[in-house]
Design a protein around this ligand. Sequence first.
Ligand code: GDP
Ligand code: MN
Length: 430
Amino acid sequence: MLSSSLRVARRPLPRRKRFLSIHEYQSVQLLNSVGTRNSRSTHAKVAQYGIPTPKGLPAKTKEEAVAALRQLHDEGSSAVVVKAQVLAGGRGKGMFDNGFKGGVHMAQSVNEVENLAGQMLGAKLITKQTGERGRPCNTVMIAEAREPAHEYYVAVLNDRVTQGIVLVASAQGGMNIEEVAAKDPDAIITTPIDFEKGLSIEEGKTIAAKLGFREELQGEAAGIFSNLVKIFKEKDATQIEINPMAETKDGAVLCMDAKFGFDENAEFRQKDIFALRDVSQEEPSEVEAAKAGLNFIKLDGSIGCLVNGAGLAMATMDVLALHGGNPANFLDVGGGATPDTVKKAFELLLSDPKVKSIFINIFGGIMRCDYIAEGVIKATKELQMTIPLVVRLKGTKEAEAKAMIKESGLKIIAFDSLDDAAERAVQLAN
Ligand code: GDP
Ligand code: MN
């Protein structure tokens, strides 16, 4: 997805997920829907989004897919698009783990739809955004096919520069927007938006004209822009990305794909949205970690890290990288970790077959080093660990912790210097 500044090349930085994503078929319902009550108005009005999309129906089985096709046939569509519902972009160019190519396919007959749904359902789709593990496709969306005459890109995002929200739009939709941003930055129009006032139809029309929408469709496009901004605000979104927003051959303007992010801090007042969470799309180890109160993000390297504090965790990863190492995860056990949570953290690290060494870097402030030592010793014994362990403990109860490790007789390599410790962890992983 697009970074609002467009300047920073994307790299897979570990960052704690602070937003919820929903499936495309759910986004379709939200775009088409009637919104929540406008609480600031005295006559509680009901806000209407009514943003047009192609009709789309979810299906979890081949039979449901065929039923959806029949329904769309009855409503007058002849061709449909079968779309894998996984929480990642780049589905069209993706590849399933069973070898089947592409997460977006056109189809017409019952046979075709049955076959496509059969290939997609139960398989994992790997796209540019999923990493090599891919994401399971448990649902497909059967959408009416429409003929785009032109594909645009539009997004509503938070922007650091203007410290507000922006509408980002481009006439070069349908393709990877990061590429457009890199090759032809002028092809992207960024419009700062007054969060309270939203985007007026007039402002929207100006954007639509700049993008090159035909004059008679500019009002239609402006209405969509304005309503996207409205959803962003009312639903506590952090990001909305429509790619493509299409002008169709029959003169309609439609959102043909949608990716939403919602602010997790707004869960308490967006219950209906957060009810849509699909944990099957999340990394299982991250779901486990969240239950144990650990800040854990899985990465692709070979050095398991156990650190307290997000800042120290980031610094640890940087130092490992400096020594040519590659972290297997970001893990901040926080200040309130107990020997039990430390053990849980170990289980997570050890469940990853890629982990070849473990680096524990603790700065004892509120966190007590002896708690970490206790957890580490317990885990090492109970989990029959064979992976080398490099430990650096500093601060509160440091002496006690070191004594415990020494007495345990376990093969734990202790260091005082961060640099030396990191270097050793890298050596052991290679
Ligand atoms: P993404 O690959 O995850 O971004 O999935 P999209 O929903 O954007 O679909 C990928 C591409 O399939 C789009 O960019 C369109 O070019 C194409 N596509 C999707 N729906 C239709 C349709 O109804 N008709 C046609 N002709 N193309 C479509
Ligand atoms: Mn798309």
